[in-house]
Ligand binder design. Structure first.
Ligand code: PEP
Ligand code: MN
Length: 344
């Protein structure tokens, strides 16, 4: 309350709070009175307490994202990805490598990349069939034909598939083929799309918006959770800053910050963060060291011919270096290889 609030002002606030079934605890100080509210926060919103006479300010102490918050769910969650009988974990205690092409271009390129990914120890195959490109003139992906290629790559390698969905109208067809639905940075705040994937019954890989704060990201994740889907994996993929040396700036501190705030798994995309092949392995090491639950990386058998994001795609040689890091470093931070944890 403001210093000049009257006893009537205090009593009015208490009466309003109690009127919606809440409790109000009044602490009277020398200069100010503080009123602590306990109860259903949504019902307090409708009271418009800030507008009442004598009220100086209103601060929320509990997280505004209830379902994804760690406040009421202290144990960190594991999300299982893949068909029944072959599910791989993403979560605490394991480290998951997701690898594959930025975009599905041809069946040969996709299956060859899937084999490279599997021999590097990847447990999930990535690949875009619907591509959210900054330019409408850039390759937009093969669409449903790309989804079919991904399905055949799963058949050939046994790897579950994560692929992006960019439009709520495509959710059913993408969910039919994919084991996990990806929401990209450009759609983080596309709330209609988030609600649609929340209802699709498949785990979601949810990237941070390139200009989103962590709170905005978690509030957006709450849209998915609210539709009954708590199988959400958060992905830090770099944010836009003033620094042009890298495509984005990998906000590595977001990983432990989000793990403290939310029970959801958190992985890192060093490929889209850096935009440069030479930085992908070093940033993956950083992701492991900081405690990320996995990484997702772009791979291409011949990046010079890639239709999308060739400069950041790992070739065989860098992928083998990444595979060594992913084998050796996670045990040093108490993580087991996700490949050894498949759930039958
Ligand atoms: C991608 O992973 O293919 C992609 C488009 O990433 P982002 O949404 O992070 O740019
Ligand atoms: Mn890309």
């Amino acid at each position: 309350m403001s210093p000049d609030a009257t006893p009537e002002d205090v009593a009015r606030v208490v009466a309003r709070v109690e009127g919606v079934g809440g409790e109000a605890f009044v602490s009277t100080g020398v200069v100010r009175t503080i009123i602590g509210l306990v109860g259903d926060i949504d019902s307090f919103h409708h009271l418009n307490l800030r507008t009442l006479p004598g009220v100086a300010d209103v601060h929320r102490i509990s997280d505004p994202y209830k379902l994804v918050s760690r406040q009421h769910h202290p144990d960190r969650s594991t999300v299982w990805v893949g068909p029944a009988g072959h599910q791989v974990p993403i979560g605490p205690g394991t480290f998951t490598l997701i690898a594959g092409p930025c975009a599905v271009e041809t069946a040969e390129q996709t299956i060859e990349t899937a084999r490279m990914a599997r021999s590097a120890g990847a447990t999930i195959l990535r690949g875009g069939a619907f591509k959210p490109r900054t330019s409408p003139y850039a390759f937009q992906g093969l669409g449903v034909a790309g989804l079919r290629i991904l399905s055949s790559a799963r058949e050939a390698t046994g790897l579950p598939i994560v692929t992006e969905v960019v439009d709520a109208r495509d959710v059913p067809v993408v969910a039919e083929h994919a084991d996990m639905l990806q929401i990209g940075t450009r759609n983080m705040a596309n709330f209609g799309l988030l609600q649609a994937v929340g209802e699709a019954g498949k785990p979601v890989l949810f990237k941070r918006g390139m200009t989103a704060t962590i709170e905005e990201w978690l509030m957006a994740a709450e849209y998915i959770a609210q539709r009954g889907n708590l199988d959400v994996v958060l992905c830090e993929r770099g944010i836009r800053t003033f620094e042009p040396a890298t495509r984005n700036t990998l906000d590595i501190s977001a990983v432990p910050v989000v793990q403290a705030a939310s029970h959801l798994p958190v992985i890192v995309d060093p490929s889209h963060a850096a935009g440069r092949r030479d930085l992908v392995v070093p940033l993956s090491r950083a992701a492991i060291a900081v405690g990320a639950d996995g990484v997702i990386v772009d791979v291409h058998p011949d990046p010079e011919t890639a239709l999308c994001d060739g400069p950041q795609a790992l070739r065989g040689v860098e992928l083998r270096e990444l595979a060594r890091a992913v084998r050796r470093l996670p045990p040093m931070v108490g993580r087991a290889d996700a490949a050894g944890q498949v759930r039958a």
